[in-house]
Write a protein that binds this ligand. Sequence first.
Ligand code: 9G3
Length: 579
Amino acid sequence: MKQSQLWMPTLREAPADAEAVSHQLLLRAGIVRQLAAGIYTYLPLGRRILRKLEHIVREGMDQAGAQELLLPAMQPAELWQESGRYDKYGPELVRLKDRQGREFALGPTHEEVITALIRNELHSYRQMPVTLYQIQTKFRDEKRPRYGLLRGREFLMKDAYSFDADLEGLDRSYRRMYDAYSRIFSQIGLKFRAVEADPGTIGGDGGTHEFMALADIGEDTIVVCDQCDYAANLEKAEFRREAAAWTGQQQQMRATEPEKLHTPSIRSIDALVQALGCGAADIIKTIIYLADGAPLAVLVRGDHEVNELKLQYALSITELHLADADTVTRTTGAAIGFAGPAGLPIAVAVAVDAAVADMPVGITGANETDYHWSGIRPGIDFKLGIRGDFRNAAEGDGCPRCQTGQLVFRRGIEVGQVFKLGTKYSERLNARFIDAAGKEQPFIMGCYGIGISRLLSAVVEQHHDAGGIRWPQAIAPYQVHIVPVSMRDQHQVETAEQLYAKLSASGMEVLLDDRDERPGVKFKDSDLIGIPLRIVVGKAAAEGKVELKWRESGESQVVSLDEACAIAAGKKQERDNCL
Ligand code: 9G3
């Protein structure tokens, strides 16, 4: 492709409202343009990259035995009413009426549609397992679209659905998809971790995994072991349980009776640590919740955070909300920041995290504004109430899987997710088959998503530098960027043309920068759009030499024309092998 023909409107600066690096670079490199909030056009360069991503995902799905189909984006509201989800989703579900006034939704996902299709077509266990997938535009009217393609309102997703006759079959389908995802993300060149996620509705181990691309812009906090491959999202992460040793402060406090401390306006853990010279681990943090409407005091150590999901599961709480200031004052008799377990009204249930129950003594709020207690002894100065694991994993906790690893927090962009749905949709939509015993059973389903357009941004988040994007070989819009330094030097032009013809003839995707621009502009643009291999045709062309420059590593070498072709082709050979 001649760059003078390519419509690639690069920008020197990104618009101010583009915060994420990937968003800035996708705009500056002429890859996308925004039509409306969260709604994007893929320009020619962007379309090429998207097609390569689709190709890799398609290959991966086909190799895993899944079959591609294409489902409608317009979905009759009746299906969502049958599944009970029509009212569950609010404004995020894009709704419209057809000319007869019949209600439709623009598909944010396709569980209902695929189940309705299958219930009319699959009737016997002999026809299973079957996994179907599509690559299609999804619509979700996000409240806060942001970071370009990372959180859009119209985006490209591969969504797959598996149908099995029993749970063992689902395990097999799930594992095949899980393994296919690992291959796909590796092939794309993404650093990722498959994290155990909240199993949500369907029980059983391995209920859900989320594939997280590691990136600081990521909205999800994941917990990973620094030694083994344990990884989980924060709401589900476990940790090795170890009784903490008594701190010096705790030993001191243990020796004396509880003492009331005047702590005017000292409401936070940090302020308390400053004022009392204690550690956060010496404090018993008391947080007041409304659990299904009833006040609940949750105690966690000062250096820990409440894990609300664990709390809800353990105490079978449906609605859990932090109590507002008035409720806290009504419940504890004090302003927020002075709540403590000692002296709470009997009506207030108390949930004590195991780490607090292990403390010999601690500093707590006095349930009196501007006062705290030191030397409060769990089980002596207050009843332990309901004990359990109610806290988030913390950095430095031991790994729950291997005995030596420690947990560290990372940020991740969710680029894929695999779910075991079980019969959630087949029951609601009455999708059944006849099993081997002649009995009618609901299908056992799984669903599997990859955010294809989101992948584009995730790759850029992981592959860029100050100069711009550094595309991994497998999805780069072109493989080689030939840059003649001066279009006025006939020798350079001829050499560049020769190289372009030869490499293109060998099947490579080549971009030739034939613009009559200053070298600096050409090199800046080349760094920006990030084609993996640049061949600079400069003065040395007179001696038949050109300079190869690798975008990812920055390495460069001067070689003969033939060597340049061989190396470039070899690079291509390497790519074809891995595809
Ligand atoms: C909705 C809206 C937004 C949604 C959903 C439904 C997320 C919804 C979860 C999934 C689960 C899997 C198949 C591919 C992989 C993910 N956001 N989800 O169900 F109506 Cl407005 O989409 N679906």
